[in-house]
Design a binder for this molecule. Structure first.
Ligand SMILES: Nc1ncnc2c1ncn2[C@@H]1O[C@H](COP(=O)(O)OP(=O)(O)OP(=O)(O)O)[C@@H](O)[C@H]1O
Length: 261
């Protein structure tokens, strides 16, 4: 179980530029849940992921993973538990290293082991077999620099790297937003497969409503640093785009009512 307990994040506190990014937000992500997060610009979605990853330290609140309070753990200490794939395909892989070196590095997460040891013949074959299943031809370019790959290929490589050591939670930060629709679908299919195969707990931000409907078993809508809608179970399965729009409208009416009360 991943838990955020009463998290408050304020940027530029006490200045005219003060921004409340997360407003007393509590959230539980049960093991194996694939949660999708949507919301308008500035709603606090990225800050939520940053708090989980340890990039942003909340002024108030706790981050608890499997009952362990990791609030004071720095980013590198959480890296053994948390993997993240970013919107920018350049961020998830090391462009100067080859595909197989990138995979070897990812497989060493949390271990003190030399890159050479991590790249023996057996591992190379395992990596090759794994990449071949995505149908992108990556398996025949194991010695090529990751920097030469297309955006979609890099995102699939980043996903494979992020899931290689089975993180406790996989954070997907608009990871298909920079791709064309066909490539985005391919990367989403790879995402679905890896999440299912490794039975991962995942949290994905997207602005793509079709993806929000198609993927995950739970949908959160954020607004002004709070979770305004939390749709799971059968309702999530039956959700349509008009249905989401209607539910968002209802949630926003609530905001209006609160504002005018
Ligand atoms: N590092 C930062 N410094 C100052 N303000 C920040 C920082 N990060 C986020 N904010 C502010 O916090 C609020 C929430 O931002 P956040 O990036 O979490 O929203 P978001 O929902 O991810 O938006 P988007 O969809 O545009 O990515 C915004 O008002 C933003 O300007």
């Amino acid at each position: 179980m991943i838990e955020l307990r009463e998290i408050r994040v304020v940027f530029y506190a006490g200045t005219p530029d003060e921004r409340v990014a997360l407003d007393d937000l509590s959230l539980q992500l049960p093991e194996g849940d694939f949660t999708v997060v949507v919301g308008t610009n500035g709603a606090g979605k990225s800050t939520l992921l940053n708090v989980l990853a340890g990039v942003v330290r909340p002024q108030v609140g706790r981050v608890v993973i499997d009952g362990v309070d990791v609030s004071a753990w720095p980013v590198h200490q959480r890296a053994g538990l948390i993997s993240r794939v970013f919107q920018d395909p350049m961020l998830g892989t090391a462009p100067g290293l080859t595909i197989e070196e990138n995979l070897a590095l990812a497989s060493m997460r949390g271990h003190r082991r030399g890159l050479r040891m991590a790249l023996n013949r057996e591992r190379r074959e395992r990596f090759r077999g794994l990449l071949a299943t995505f149908g992108l031809g990556l398996e025949s370019r194991m010695g090529a620099s990751a920097g030469l790959l297309s955006g979609g290929q890099r995102q699939v490589l980043a996903l494979v790297m992020a899931t290689l050591t089975r993180p406790r939670v996989l954070l997907l930060d608009e990871h298909t937003a920079a791709l064309d629709p066909r490539t985005a679908q391919l990367v989403m299919d790879a995402t679905r497969r890896l999440v299912a195969e490794h039975q991962l707990t995942a949290l994905m931000i997207t602005h793509n409503m079709s993806h929000a409907i198609e993927f995950g078993n739970r949908l959160l809508m954020m607004e002004a640093g709070k979770v305004k809608l939390d749709i799971g179970g059968e309702e999530k399965k039956r959700l349509t785009i008009p249905g989401i729009v209607r539910r968002f409208g209802e949630a926003n009416d609530e905001i209006l009512l609160q504002a005018t009360a």
